[in-house]
Design a protein around this ligand. Structure first.
Ligand code: SUD
Ligand code: ADP
Length: 274
């Protein structure tokens, strides 16, 4: 039995630069892993089996990890017989990339197991064909992500700050949020150049970012607005990650945050960038 750590991610700003003919959107976002992990238990098995600890996450063929293994088999011609159990600690539908992280983690694991038949570039291409957030997880540190999530630029920056994340216990559906993007919400690439100059100081960055998907999410899920209003009332700068519903703050939470999250039945995660 082997145990793999599958980290979550947060988006530091997210803008939509284009609606693509294939129905996807070109985005402009910075992403960084954080120390909130699913644990993936893997052991040999006569047939591929995938299950998880969270009943809302599909088992078997519908699980993104199952799909990733099958795509790996199709691409390489290799047979991967594993029993995979995912201990879900990353909230589902939170904008924290849990499923994508699980898929990337298992792809990295099986590629290593078979002596790295795929280069990082090929893994990124394979990952992009399964889910838009998967390519990022093959990288480390702060990564600039554009395209539909398949164009990655290393920054050689790795933040060390503490971060706290509040999940309001209401999932946000990525596909649904993207479906609400209209042309008025698009951002011109030339208007984003200034963001690149802010990435050297994460506190400066989070004061100057927006999240177009987050604006849509908080219009449709009032509790996200409540979380944002709460952290801002307490003097913090809150930002929504990805298509939501989780809100993150750079820094450590005061006791009052703990108290409010318990009272509201919101999940509070005290993590750090990794
Ligand atoms: C919004 C982001 C930001 O990092 O993350 P999450 O909030 O999901 O964590 C990602 O773009 C989500 O990536 P991921 O969750 O892998 O999306 P996918 O499964 O590939 O796509 C789900 C659906 O979202 C829409 N989609 C996704 C990515 C993209 N660049 N444009 C899109 O329009 C499409 O309708 C697609 O069918
Ligand atoms: N291994 C998995 N872990 C989490 N979600 C999964 C997994 N496989 C499939 N899914 C589905 O993917 C969707 C998105 O989940 P997730 O990636 O956790 O959220 P987000 O896209 O908001 O970051 C959910 O509807 C979930 O049911």
């Amino acid at each position: 039995m082997e145990i793999l750590l599958s980290p979550a991610k947060i988006n530091l700003g997210l803008w939509i630069t284009e609606k693509r003919p294939d129905g996807y959107h070109n985005i402009y976002t910075y992403m960084h892993k954080v120390s909130l992990y699913d644990r993936i238990f893997v052991k040999p098995s006569p047939i591929l089996k995938v299950s998880s600890s969270n009943p809302s996450v599909p088992e078997g063929k519908e699980n993104i990890v199952y799909k990733a293994v099958k795509e790996f088999e199709n691409y390489t011609g290799l047979e991967v017989n594993l029993e995979i159990f995912i201990e879900k600690n990353i909230p589902v539908g939170a904008g924290l990339g849990g499923g994508s992280s699980n898929a990337a983690t298992i792809l990295k694991y099986i590629n290593d197991k078979f002596g790295k038949p795929l280069s990082e570039e090929e893994l990124i291409k394979l990952g992009a064909s399964i889910g838009s957030d998967i390519p990022f997880f093959f990288k480390e540190g702060l990564v600039k992500v554009t395209g539909k999530g398949d164009i990655l630029e290393d920054t050689d920056i790795k933040y060390e700050n503490p971060v706290f994340i509040i999940y309001p216990n209401i999932p946000s559906d990525t596909k649904d949020i993207y479906s609400k993007v209209d042309y008025k919400m698009l951002t011109k690439l030339e208007d984003l150049a200034k963001i690149d100059s802010l990435i050297f100081d994460v506190n400066k960055l989070v004061e100057n970012i927006e999240n177009t998907l987050g604006i849509i999410a908080k219009e449709h899920i009032g509790t996200i607005r409540e979380v944002l209003n709460t952290v801002e009332y307490l003097g913090y700068i809150g930002n929504i990650t990805g298509s939501g519903s989780a809100v993150y703050v750079i820094g450590e939470p005061g006791n009052e945050v703990d108290i409010i999250c318990k009272a509201k039945n919101w999940k509070l995660f005290k993590v750090k960038f990794i």
